[in-house]
Design a protein around this ligand. Structure first.
Ligand code: NAP
Length: 333
């Protein structure tokens, strides 16, 4: 039997398992929200943990004690991206050093990836011939490198948006959601790095050079990434303009009905763009990386849940809310 096949069968890999569990948890939560309101679990803590921002204030009444666990979205949301820029910047630095200067991964990172059951430790090393590595399913290093660059650029843009574009209200997030968001960006970077083929502590480059690995799906992934990022930025500008006058001065912090760009189709186009960004990374991986598709599935259900709650918020607050507008997916959901 092919050694890679044996490894696939024998190991329950922590990272894919984690993404699968998270995706399933958010799918279940979404399905619960789709139940008729009489059947919906009324547990206040559960509702408190799935809502943030505008949907928190519009949710069921919250016991006063819950406020002790609130942190202001305005100041704390940018922390996710600060963590991501620093952590994923460090991972990118290690990968770049290894790819271009031949520097081995630091011991701590090598051990961490091993603990997380990274793909490179799941049997690739059992292959003895270089050619066997790609045949056995090793991810080209260029794909992982590009995805890590995209993740870093995405985090950096989001950080700049939080600091200079978005206008926040007094909305809150739960401290559990805050901690979850921090861990999320650490795990997502490690997931990308765990796809890089390794030969002990060095990155294994399949073929003669990194550039020789360039394929059509890298170009497609890059174009999709730019396109989705541009739309997400546009949507965040539209949202911030709702709170400004024509001179660009912030005049209130209320929630209004947004119009323009993808808002004509869905209530939360910024969440749809987020999903597209993660799909663009799946494209960059050549569409066949099952671990990354689990990350995409998690993002899908996570963002679909937030979009569903936001859509409900808009429909309950504004009688004139555009009827044709869906929550998350144009014409569908
Ligand atoms: N990958 C992931 O797992 C993940 C998870 C969460 C978020 N995200 C991404 O992070 C980005 C921001 O998420 P978010 O949940 O904060 O988005 P959001 O609720 O749409 O808020 C974005 C900004 O617009 C403001 N805003 C929202 N609705 C408004 C309205 N009707 N009128 C005026 N201003 C409004 C918000 O202020 P206030 O909320 O302060 O009122 C905030 O400043 C999104 O692009 C999302 O996709 C990703």
């Amino acid at each position: 039997m092919d050694p890679w096949e044996g490894a696939e069968l024998s190991a329950l890999k922590p990272l894919p398992t984690l993404w699968l569990v998270l995706a399933a948890a958010f799918l279940l939560t979404l399905l619960l929200q789709l139940l008729p309101s009489g059947l919906l679990p009324s547990c206040a803590l559960f509702q408190d943990l799935i809502r943030y921002g505008k949907t928190k204030s519009s949710g069921p009444p919250r016991p006063a004690a819950y406020r002790a666990f609130d942190v202001p979205k305005s100041r704390y949301f940018s922390h996710f991206y600060i963590i991501s820029v620093l952590w994923n910047g460090l991972l990118l630095w290690c990968l770049t050093q290894s790819l271009f200067l031949g520097a081995p991964f630091p011991n701590w990172l090598h051990s961490l990836l091993r603990i997380l059951g990274a793909a490179q430790f799941q049997g690739l090393l059992m292959s003895t011939q270089p050619g066997e590595l790609s045949a056995a399913g090793g991810e080209p290093a260029l794909s992982a490198f590009l995805v890590l660059v995209f993740l870093w650029l995405h985090s950096f843009r989001r950080l700049l948006e939080c600091l200079y574009v978005s206008v926040f209200s007094k909305a809150m997030i739960h401290v559990v959601q805050y901690c979850f968001g921090m861990v999320y960006y650490i795990l997502v970077g490690l997931t990308v790095l765990s796809q890089v083929p390794m030969d002990d502590r060095n990155v294994y480059i399949i073929g003669k050079s990194l550039l020789m690995q360039a394929r059509w799906f890298h170009i497609l992934g890059m174009l999709m990434f730019i396109w989705s990022s541009a739309h997400q930025y546009k949507c965040h500008v539209i949202l911030s303009n709702l709170r400004k006058n024509k001179a660009g001065v912030v005049i209130h912090c209320n929630h209004r009905i947004p119009f323009g760009d993808w808002f004509e189709y869905v209530s939360c186009p910024n969440y749809l763009a987020e999903l597209m960004i993660y799909i663009s990374m799946a494209a960059t991986f050549g569409f066949h990386n099952s671990t990354w598709w689990l990350v995409v599935t998690y993002v899908f259900f996570n963002q679909a849940l937030s979009a569903f709650l936001s859509h409900k918020f808009y429909k309950s607050k504004f009688v004139s809310y555009p009827r044709h507008r869906k929550a998350f997916l144009p014409f569908l959901f």
